[in-house]
Design a protein around this ligand. Sequence first.
Ligand code: M6R
Length: 614
Amino acid sequence: MCGIVGYIGKKEAYPILIKGLKRLEYRGYDSAGVALSDQNGIHLCKTRGKVDDLSAKCEHLEKSPRIGLGHTRWATHGEPSDVNSHPHYSNSGDLVIIHNGIIENYDPLRKELMNRGYSFTSETDTEVLVNLIEDVMVNEEVKLGKAVQVALNQTIGAYAIAVMDKKKPNEIVVARLGSPLAIGVGDDEYFIASDATPFIEYTKDAIYLNDGEMAVLRTHKPLKIRNIKDDSLIDPYVQKLQMNLDQIEKGGYDHFMLKEIFEQPSAIADTYRGRMLADRGIINMSGIEDNLDKFRNAKRIIIAACGTSWHAGLVAEYIFEDIARTPVEVEYASEFRYRNPIIGEGDVLIAISQSGETADTMAAIEIAKQNGAFVFGVCNVVGSSISRASHAGAYTHAGPEIGVASTKAFTTQITILSLIALRIGKEKGNLSKTEYFSYLRELELIPDKIKKSLVSNDHIYLVADAYKNAKNCLYLGRGFNFPVALEGALKLKEISYIHAEGYPAAEMKHGPIALIDEEMPVVVIATKLGHYEKVVSNIQEIKSRKGKIIAIVTEGDEQVKEMADHTIEVPETHEAFTPLLTTIPLQLLSYHIAVMLGRNVDQPRNLAKSVTVE
Ligand code: M6R
């Protein structure tokens, strides 16, 4: 939550900051601000609202400074308002800070500072931190870098911060613990950002700070990274970025979400490219091959994730148990971390996260590691915290996902998890050669089958039009498609704000059936492979209570077509891979309904793409 950006070098900072903030807006978008520093001091402009509101407000700001910071916020402490927006000044006005994260002990620190004469204009934890830094600078007579270090050692919480000092218009101090921070290294210039997208057109060289590290950035001087706790110097590891500009722009689509839905055929092909050779029966992923014993001998696989990634984990549970025959438990990371979970040596924890930054999933990893389990990360964002905290892992290679609603992340996560399950299933001798080859060939056909499913887009638009005014909606599925029902409901509620629930179809009669009347649309996943006859009975039960049925069916299905109010066809595939196809119409249905209702599809209210706070 919150995006931070900064620049120091020869270029004008302001346009770099504004463009960077636009790219980071997915991380939070309730307020935004910039600070520019030159010989005359630090000039600050901030506002409640989005980055466009900020640009309008900053029209009269002097734009020539070559050093500056920017912030786009997702409120934690203090409501979205001009005053609570970042950057924040220290009391003297000498220091300015931007912050992504939460300082948990901000209240006692604030009281202590107030006792020492400090006052606060905002309700934020961040304003406490900048004054704590100032207090250290004044009392201990140290420079900014040292003061940041001393102050951070007094805090509890998570942060990615950048701080400037009015008296040193040639320096930015950055630090991270728990929230991401990337440094772009140019020719005598540095960029800082929550991810690499703000500087991708300027440099491909990036340093990702690790937890507990800080750096002082100055022009004409090499960058120095230090450990915040013990002050030791750390060799910077410069990584070459693979990302390009096209991947982070809308490419002619109205919304990132629509672009990302339509990217799924290529994203899935990118996930298995170079890892699966279907005609030769090869699956090869170094993270798995190097740790094959751990997977083969695993007593249990525990999957920890949140939101859509948790739904991908549920699909994987079915696939792993079916193909790899390893017991699987799927955990909400947020619950797992606060239980006293039974986990230890011989267990494998698979952490799934698109962003690789989700705080709860990170915490689950730490618990698993402390207890001796082997941790395997499935992330999309390369170099993210979760990918680095895991013992081994595999990237989904879906490309940047900007829309807050996860789409291609879900299907690529299922793809990579299927590959892992197949590799282990083969290793354990659970599959005949014919079965194994048929899975691989079928997986290879999925991108083309998704393309065929996407052809229904216009038809789905009409279905969306018929139900856009619904107040509630039920989603039902069985087996592999039960998690798809949950995911369909999540997509609808998060971007259209229509209340929706997903259920295993057979559970309907244990409660939700009471909700069904002629006002209630029920989306039923009723593909041929997947307890078809049972789902048909469920449809009849809904019909006899006058519910409206939108059925996702296999191409050529006639039986359900006669019963349902609307049907949307998907091609036939292996039952285990049906989620990769049945998800597509549900994503499109939610998308069109949300657009028809005038919602902000890419940035729905109250949400952020990357949930780096609890
Ligand atoms: O980056 P992660 O996959 O760890 O994110 C987990 C959830 O926050 C995320 O899937 C969220 O539920 C999405 N908004 C769903 O569309």
